[in-house]
Design a protein around this ligand. Sequence first.
Ligand SMILES: *[C@@H]1O[C@H](CO)[C@@H](O)[C@H](O)[C@H]1NC(C)=O
Ligand SMILES: *[C@@H]1O[C@H](CO)[C@@H](O)[C@H](O)[C@H]1NC(C)=O
Ligand SMILES: *[C@@H]1O[C@H](CO)[C@@H](O)[C@H](O)[C@H]1NC(C)=O
Ligand SMILES: *[C@@H]1O[C@H](CO)[C@@H](O)[C@H](O)[C@H]1NC(C)=O
Ligand SMILES: *[C@@H]1O[C@H](CO)[C@@H](O)[C@H](O)[C@H]1NC(C)=O
Ligand SMILES: *[C@@H]1O[C@H](CO)[C@@H](O)[C@H](O)[C@H]1NC(C)=O
Length: 228
Amino acid sequence: MAMLKSSLAFLVLASAFFLCFIMSIGDGSYDYFQFVQQWPPTNCRVHIKQPCSNPRPLQYFTIHGLWPSNYSNPTIPSNCTGPQFKKILSPQLRSSLMRSWPDVESGNDTRFWAGEWNKHGTCSEQTLNQMQYFDRSHQMWSSFNITKILKNASIVPHPTQTWKYSDIVSPIKKVTQTTPLLRCKRDPAKPKSQFLHEVVLCYEYHALQLIDCNRTAGCWNNVDIKFQ
Ligand SMILES: *[C@@H]1O[C@H](CO)[C@@H](O)[C@H](O)[C@H]1NC(C)=O
Ligand SMILES: *[C@@H]1O[C@H](CO)[C@@H](O)[C@H](O)[C@H]1NC(C)=O
Ligand SMILES: *[C@@H]1O[C@H](CO)[C@@H](O)[C@H](O)[C@H]1NC(C)=O
Ligand SMILES: *[C@@H]1O[C@H](CO)[C@@H](O)[C@H](O)[C@H]1NC(C)=O
Ligand SMILES: *[C@@H]1O[C@H](CO)[C@@H](O)[C@H](O)[C@H]1NC(C)=O
Ligand SMILES: *[C@@H]1O[C@H](CO)[C@@H](O)[C@H](O)[C@H]1NC(C)=O
């Protein structure tokens, strides 16, 4: 009897461990997506150790990544154990991505795509396989032209003008009907001064519908924002 009890206990424990194991491997568990676009001149301005490969950075918002995200934990998931990046074979998709998702720092687009897929894409592989992940990201980029939305609101790169957080958010919100998030980079040359770096749009679990972003903004409160 005692023997039966202990082997039963063992079985229960073993199953519990097995379940935990299954749940922790590779598993893309996430709540929603953050679609992050960046302003290349800001990348190059703060990327001071090694200058950007192209001395004249692109003057339009480009993709940084599509990140499966967790509401309660800002750092995970990442580096899940899904299949690693495979070369993008479709010439159409490649040429689209070279426009929408270039590596503005080192100029090696494939390495950038591989890094983003391996770190983030693997965590939502059950929803979007690699082809769908890149294809969907390009569609997202095409469906809301942030550069154009801002230009339409007279928010264009300017050497001295500054904007408030809400000045930049409201024209985007008006077009997308949801709340985006902005991320800034501090000016390496001037403390307490910040540049617009990224615009984040949030999508629900299936990456089909926009939703409000509700993470804390990545800009200092009450510090004007430069866009250059
Ligand atoms: C989000 O992270 C929390 C804390 O690590 C975890 O308990 C939760 O299961 C995660 N949510 C999803 C959907 O994975
Ligand atoms: C994920 O992998 C990348 C590239 O190898 C590494 O830079 C990063 O620190 C890793 N992140 C975590 C949370 O392990
Ligand atoms: C770009 O990066 C990939 C992957 O790291 C590497 O195999 C390739 O040689 C690089 N290309 C150039 C032109 O440096
Ligand atoms: C986005 O808008 C900018 C500014 O109007 C324009 O120059 C650019 O061609 C547009 N990009 C696409 C892909 O339509
Ligand atoms: C351009 O601005 C007008 C006036 O604010 C606004 O009604 C319209 O939705 C904007 N269009 C785009 C594409 O941003
Ligand atoms: C963000 O929204 C989600 C979904 O409605 C909710 O679960 C989460 O608690 C919210 N987080 C914050 C910081 O408001």
